[in-house]
Unconditional design. Structure first.
Length: 244
């Protein structure tokens, strides 16, 4: 059985993956754990601590699975390669080696948004969700679908959300991914409003007519891409697995 673990992005809990549920092949086991502090999961004592994050997520991210991280989830999954036994492969969806980019989301824009979160958390989160949906073929429908999935209440505390913005501002995986301990795949929507053109150009696979949230606009297409990568890294039943 092939195993795939999918990790959500900033401001969205694991329900974001529900549109893909009818699309998975029967021989694929898919898990969608929440990050600490999201949904009903307890927050970290220090939401900024990567060591604490790794310890908390260790059981959710086994080495005999393919990890897939969307947006902030991909950025954090790549960081955890330094802290946990590496997976069979890592899929980065809608994220480059780092988040900030002068031709995508600049340091200044992210800093302004972080201040807006402190002033009015609900308004800031709503703004971000609309922003990231701007590249979908029907942003209004995507917004309604997102509301149906997540509701209107924030899935995480302000402290957890602010820590996530801090990670988006600071984390840089360029060196880490240049010598990654596992295969790395990059998938992006061709109309993603959060990605700089050069980041989109570096994607291994691009999903046409989709933006930052292809799980809403192109669920079958995205599920097929993810399942194909997972299947390519399914263990060989005729070859024994390493014991250490």
């Amino acid at each position: 059985m092939t195993r795939l673990v999918l990790l959500g992005g900033w401001g969205c809990d694991a329900r974001i993956w529900q549109p893909l549920a009818p699309c998975w092949p029967s021989d694929l086991e898919v898990r969608t754990p929440d990050w600490p502090g999201y949904a009903d999961r307890s927050p970290l004592a220090d939401p900024t601590s990567l060591d604490e994050l790794a310890a908390t997520m260790a059981e959710d991210l086994p080495a005999d699975a393919v990890w897939g991280g969307w947006s902030l989830g991909g950025l954090l999954a790549a960081v955890l390669l330094d802290h946990l036994p590496p997976p069979r492969a890592l899929i980065l969806l809608g994220i480059g080696d780092r988040f900030v980019n002068p031709r995508g989301v600049s340091d200044t824009a992210l800093a302004d948004f972080r201040r807006a979160l402190q002033r009015s958390p609900d308004t800031a989160r709503e703004h971000f969700l609309r922003w990231q949906l701007g590249g979908e073929p029907d942003p209004g429908r995507a917004r309604r679908d997102l509301r149906r999935l997540l509701g209107t209440a924030s899935p995480a505390s302000v402290a957890t959300l602010d820590a996530g913005l801090g990670h988006l501002a600071r984390l840089d995986n360029r060196h880490r991914l240049s010598a990654a301990p596992c295969p790395v795949y990059r998938i992006a929507g061709t109309r993603d409003p959060l990605l700089a053109p050069e980041v989109l150009a570096c994607a291994d696979q691009r999903i046409e007519n989709a933006g930052h949230c292809p799980m809403l606009s192109r669920p079958q297409h995205l599920a097929t891409r993810l399942a194909s990568i997972a299947a390519a890294h399914m263990p060989d039943p005729e070859r024994p697995e390493p014991t250490s």
